[in-house]
Design a protein around this ligand. Structure first.
Ligand code: HEM
Length: 306
C-alpha cells in the first residue's frame, strides 16, 4: 500500500508520531503505541449469515487463516501488564485471503475514542500530562472527558477481554445492499476483569504468561460481531458510539491455536492497516481511518528499517 499524497495529512501523521516519540521515548524496532505484544495464529470461519452482510471473500469461504497480535497500551515496550496505563489493550487481526492479500481488524478494549480528528488527538496528547492545560481541554471536548471516565479495568487474560473496532465500516453484500457497522471481538471464555486487589498481587508478565499456560490447554476462541447502525446513526465519528440496543450480527468465529514461531521478527515486520481494503468492507468517512493508515505505515516502515 503506498503512502497517501495529501501533504497536510502526511504532516499531521508525522507530527503525531513525533508526539508519541516524545511521550514514550524512541524504542527502535518497536511500535510507538501498543509497543508490547505477542503474535498468535489461528483460523476464522464465517457464520452462515455473514454473506448477507458482506461479499468480502472471507465471509463466503469455509475458513481463512489469521494472525492476531495482542498488545498492551502505550509505546513502552517493557510496560508491566499490571500498569493501569497498559489499558486499553489491543487486538489486531489479519485475515490471510491469498498469498500477500489480506484484510485487518484493529480493535481496542475501550469502546470509544476521546476525540473525532487527528489534530484534536495531537492536542490531547500534548496537554495530557499538564493538569492546568488538560482541564480546559476536557471542558471544551466532552467526548474526551467521557472517554477518560470510561472504566478501563485490567483483564484476567487477553482471552477474556472484548475488543472494539471503534470506527465504523460500510458493509456491502452481493445484492448491493449497504449497511454501516462496527466490528467487535468477543471472547468465548467470557469477559473477565480483575479487581484492584486481584491486580495488586499479579506479576508484571501475568497476561503474557497466562496466555502461554492457557494455549497449552485450550484454544482461544473469539466471536466476531458487527454492531449494525440504524438509519440516522452517525457513522463518521469514533466518539459517537451507538446505543447497546443496536443489533449485533455474528459474522464468524476465530480460534487461535498456536503462537507465531517467529514472534520477534514478525512483530517487527507486520504492519496492521486500519482500512480493510477488501471488496465488501469499505471504510466510513471517519477521519481517523485514512490518517491512521498513513501513520501505521510510516511507523511500520521505520520499525522494519531499525
Ligand atoms: C489519531 C488517533 C490514533 C493514533 C495517532 C494512533 C497511533 C498508533 C500508532 C503509531 C501505532 C503503531 C502502528 C505500527 O507501528 O504498526 C498504533 C497501533 C495501534 N493502535 Fe492506534 N492510533 C490512533 C487511534 C487508534 C484507535 C481509534 C484504535 C482503536 C481500535 C487504535 C488501536 C491501536 C492498536 C490495537 C494498535 C496495535 C496494532 C498492532 O498490534 O500492530 N488506535 N496506533
Amino acid at each position: 500500500m503506498p503512502l497517501p499524497t495529501d501533504e497536510q495529512l502526511l504532516a499531521l501523521a508525522k507530527d503525531l508520531l513525533l508526539e508519541l516519540d516524545q511521550k514514550f521515548g524512541v524504542h527502535p524496532g518497536f511500535r510507538p503505541a501498543h509497543a508490547r505484544g505477542v503474535l498468535l495464529k489461528g483460523v476464522f470461519a464465517p457464520s452462515a449469515g455473514a454473506p448477507k452482510l458482506s461479499k468480502a471473500p472471507h465471509f463466503g469461504r469455509a475458513s481463512t487463516p489469521v494472525t492476531v497480535r495482542f498488545s498492551n497500551g502505550t509505546g513502552l515496550p517493557m510496560i508491566s501488564d499490571t500498569d493501569p496505563k497498559a489499558n486499553p489493550r489491543g487486538m489486531a487481526t489479519r485475515f490471510h485471503l491469498e498469498e500477500r492479500v489480506h484484510t485487518d481488524i484493529i480493535g481496542q478494549s475501550a469502546n470509544g475514542f476521546p476525540v473525532r480528528t487527528g489534530s484534536e488527538f495531537l492536542e490531547f496528547l500534548r496537554v495530557a500530562g499538564v493538569p492546568e492545560e488538560l482541564e480546559p481541554f476536557l471542558a471544551a471536548h466532552p467526548s474526551a472527558k467521557r472517554f477518560m471516565e470510561i472504566p478501563k479495568p485490567s483483564p484476567t487474560s487477553f482471552a477474556t477481554e472484548a475488543f472494539f473496532g471503534v470506527s465504523a465500516m460500510e458493509f456491502e453484500n452481493v445484492q448491493g445492499v449497504k449497511r454501516f457497522g462496527r466490528f467487535r471481538l468477543v471472547p468465548e471464555a467470557g469477559v473477565l476483569h480483575l479487581t484492584d486487589e486481584e491486580l495488586a498481587v499479579k506479576g508484571e508478565n501475568y497476561l503474557f504468561d497466562e496466555l502461554h499456560g492457557r494455549m497449552m490447554a485450550v484454544p482461544v476462541g473469539f466471536r466476531i460481531q458487527v454492531q449494525l447502525a440504524e438509519v440516522g446513526d452517525i457513522a463518521d465519528d469514533a466518539t459517537a458510539q451507538w446505543p447497546e440496543t443496536r443489533e449485533l450480527m455474528e459474522v464468524g468465529r476465530m480460534v487461535l491455536t498456536e503462537f507465531h514461531e517467529e514472534d520477534a521478527a514478525m512483530q517487527k515486520h507486520i504492519i496492521f492497516d486500519p482500512i480493510p481494503r477488501v471488496v465488501g468492507i469499505e471504510p466510513s468517512a471517519d477521519p481517523l481511518l485514512e490518517l491512521r493508515a498513513a501513520i501505521y505505515l510510516l511507523s511500520g516502515q521505520r520499525r522494519r528499517s531499525a
